[in-house]
Design a binder for this molecule. Structure first.
Ligand SMILES: [Zn+2]
Length: 89
């Protein structure tokens, strides 16, 4: 039985567990590793440079990552809004 790479249809040598050839697997790994970075770069592009500087400073202070920091800020905003909506309780 000949197994082919699901991405480029190259014949696989057979030992690999995935359905990707070595080259396609390497590309997937690279994309996986870089996509979070690319996403935060896109986010930063939408921010003023002083906001970016503040955010990076916050990340450095908390020793976390940019995506964690952004997530926690969004979460704070969400909960703030949620509490305001339920202010009467
Ligand atoms: Zn391939």
């Amino acid at each position: 039985m000949i197994t082919k790479c699901t991405t480029c249809s190259k014949e696989l040598s057979g030992r690999g567990k995935s359905n990707l050839c070595q080259r396609c697997r390497a590309r997937v790994l690279m994309v996986d590793r870089w996509s979070p970075k690319i996403e935060t770069d896109v986010v930063l592009k939408h921010l003023d440079s002083d906001v970016t500087a503040w955010l990076k400073n916050e990340v450095t202070k908390s020793k976390s990552s940019l995506s964690v920091m952004i997530s926690s800020i969004i979460e704070d905003a969400y909960h703030e809004e949620f509490e305001l909506c339920n202010g009467k309780l």
